[in-house]
Structures are given as C-alpha cells and as structure tokens.
Ligand binder design. Structure first.
Ligand SMILES: Nc1nc2c(c(=O)[nH]1)N[C@H]1C(S)=C(S)[C@@H](COP(=O)(O)O)O[C@H]1N2
Ligand SMILES: [Mo]
Length: 333
C-alpha cells in the first residue's frame, strides 16, 4: 500500500494528512481502473495493477503571470493547495466534497466562450485565451466562507469583474448581473438527473446587484496558487465575492447578463427560506438548521484541534457595508 506514515510535523496538520491519504487512495483506484470513464473504454490488459505508478492523467494547469494586490489580501495562513483542490462544492460533478476532483479531470475548457450581453452598449465575447490575457491579472488572498460553516483562505488569481462590465458599457436600465454555469450533461454527470446533481435544476445560476458586481472586491478568478484553475475549482473562470457565502461564487461561467430585474439564483430556488439572494456572511443570522456564529477554518490546527473560529460580519470585509445602508439584513439574508 502507498498509504504512508506521515512525519510528525505533518501529523500536526490534520488537513494535509487527510489529503495525502486521500490522494494515495485515489491513485490506487486509478491504477486499478476504477476512476475515470476512459478507464472503462480501454482494454483490461492495460490496467495491470502498478502500485508504484506515478502516472497521472489529471487536468493540466498552467502558470500565470500576475501582480500581487496586497491591499486586498489577508495575511492569514492560506489553506494548503491540496485541501483547496480536493475539498470542493461543485454539484455538477457530484455532491460529495471529493466528487469534483475525482469526476472533473477530463473537463474540457479550451475552447471556451464567455458572453457578456443584455443591457449593455458593447456586448463582449471572450474566448479561452482572452480569459487570462484580456485583463491584467492580480493575486488576491481571500477568505472563503461556505454556508455549511467551513472556511478556507485561498490565493486567487483574477481580475475585477468591474473591468469587464465597464468594457461592456452597461445601459442605465441595467440594475443586476446574472451569471450562468456551462450546461453540458455529457461532461458534468451531476447534470444528468436531479438525483445525481443534488436536486438542482441546471444550469447553476447566480446573481448580484450591479453595485455589488462593480465593487472592487468582486473578482473573476482564472487561477489559484499561481496557476490556472483546476476544473474542480471552476475552470476556466469563476466568480469570487469574499463577503458572501461560497454558493454565490458560481463556477465555470459561460454567460454574464446585465438585466433590470433581480435574477433567479440556484440555492434560493431550491430552498428560499434557507438561502437568500444576498447571502452576505452574517454571524447573527442563523441558517434555519444551524448557527452561523462560528466556522471550521480548514487551514491550521492539530490532529485533535477543533479549528473553530468566530465568523465575522461580511466575512471580515467591512468595506462592503455601505452597499447595504438602510437595509434590514435579517430580512435580506
Ligand atoms: N456551478 C457551481 N458553482 C458553485 C457550486 C456548484 O455546486 N456549482 N458550489 C458553490 C459552493 S456551495 C461553494 S462553497 C463554492 C466552493 O468553491 P471551491 O470548491 O472552489 O472552494 O463554489 C460555489 N460555486
Ligand atoms: Mo458552499
């Protein structure tokens, strides 16, 4: 077996240890032909068990050129890359945290088309190369707080959504921005039926008010840890709104539309009393089934540590408060 006894220093990082064990398990399954549809199509003889094979047909990420936007970045310890890329919510690839990394490695992102349309003077179409070349890229180390009460610290690479929207030149009637994930059930097994995709009616859709979309914190991410995004994190381009619960940060976007009415959003459609349109991180407003006062930070802490820290208003980004002046945030949850 490849499951290693980790060194003492590694044991103190229980998250990392989980991932090493997990990656080894995955490699073993792969070598036996249990992972990936392509394994089922090739001849059985090519799948002799090779316990020591390091061969990996994972999605290939590429290094990016970017500047560091320190004034937007936290100095908290980033969550290890192994955790960021193996503990994911991406129901198009399955509902378990480990499903996206296991099911998305053959995802095709090139060619890709991202369309910016609706109430704009200049509709824009970006191809795969444009996503990393049309705008100056910067690194921003943001907190990500999932509504399920776990959190990470992730070094994203991307550009402000505002840069793209300004290029499209919105008409004065534009009040909201609607986002849509790729719909391709052939590639995304979760989209094949409501049973495999967590009850969601695909494509996954999200939305922001135009002023939220134009806020300097709002990022379109094309990478993390210095390289292009792996598919499980939303390749080739996904939204990041660090003061909102993670479900707002829609992945693998194909369309961004400027519209005049509040757009439908996936989790709000599914359970309106549990997930609102705004979804601002708020420790004082409980989810109907659990408290949001604390979170499990997937970064530090020993094997037996609980790793629990208090959740802060707007996930520690108080500069967004002015967007919600005069609003009752218990009502607009
Ligand atoms: N298209 C799509 N986008 C999605 C999701 C999803 O299931 N499908 N899950 C959301 C949720 S609940 C979270 S917490 C974040 C997780 O992002 P990460 O896996 O990169 O950490 O992605 C969000 N974006
Ligand atoms: Mo989430």
């Amino acid at each position: 077996m490849l499951i290693k006894i980790p060194a003492k220093s590694v044991i103190s990082e229980n998250q990392v240890t989980d991932q090493q064990v997990y990656q080894d398990r995955r490699r073993i399954l792969k070598s036996m032909g249990f992972v990936g549809a392509s394994a089922l199509l090739t001849s059985p003889s090519s799948h002799a068990i090779n316990w020591f094979s390091n061969q990996d047909d994972d999605f290939t990420t590429k290094p990016l050129t970017f500047s560091k936007a320190d004034r937007f970045s936290t100095d908290e310890t980033p969550t290890p890359k192994q955790k960021v890329t193996t503990h994911n919510n991406f129901y198009e690839f399955g509902t378990d945290k480990s499903d996206p990394v296991n099911n998305a490695q053959d995802f095709k992102v090139d060619p890709w088309t991202l369309t910016i349309d609706g109430l704009v003077e200049n509709p824009i179409t970006l191809g795969y190369e444009d996503l990393t070349k049309a705008f100056a890229l910067e690194e921003r180390i943001y907190r990500l707080r999932c509504v399920e009460a776990w959190s990470m610290v992730i070094p994203w690479i991307g550009f402000p959504l505002a840069s793209l929207i300004k290029k499209a030149n919105p008409l004065s009637a534009a009040k909201y921005v609607a986002f849509e994930t790729l719909y391709d059930p052939k590639q995304m097994p979760g989209q094949k039926s409501r049973f495999t995709g967590g009850g969601i009616n695909y494509p996954y859709v999200e939305g922001l008010r135009l002023d939220e979309a134009l806020h300097p914190l709002t990022l379109l991410s094309v990478g993390l840890y210095g390289e292009t995004l792996p598919p499980q994190n939303g390749a080739p381009i996904r939204l990041v709104t660090p003061w909102k619960y993670g479900f707002k940060s829609i992945k693998s976007i194909v369309r961004i539309s400027l519209i005049d009415k509040k757009p439908p959003t996936t989790w709000n459609i599914l359970a309106p009393s549990e997930y609102g349109f705004y979804a601002n991180v708020n420790p004082q407003v409980s989810h109907p089934r659990w408290s949001q006062a604390r979170e499990r930070r997937l970064t530090t802490g020993g094997l037996f540590a609980q790793n629990r820290i208090p959740t802060t208003m707007f996930n520690g980004y108080p500069e967004v408060a002015e967007l919600y002046k005069g609003m009752d945030l218990r009502k607009h949850y």
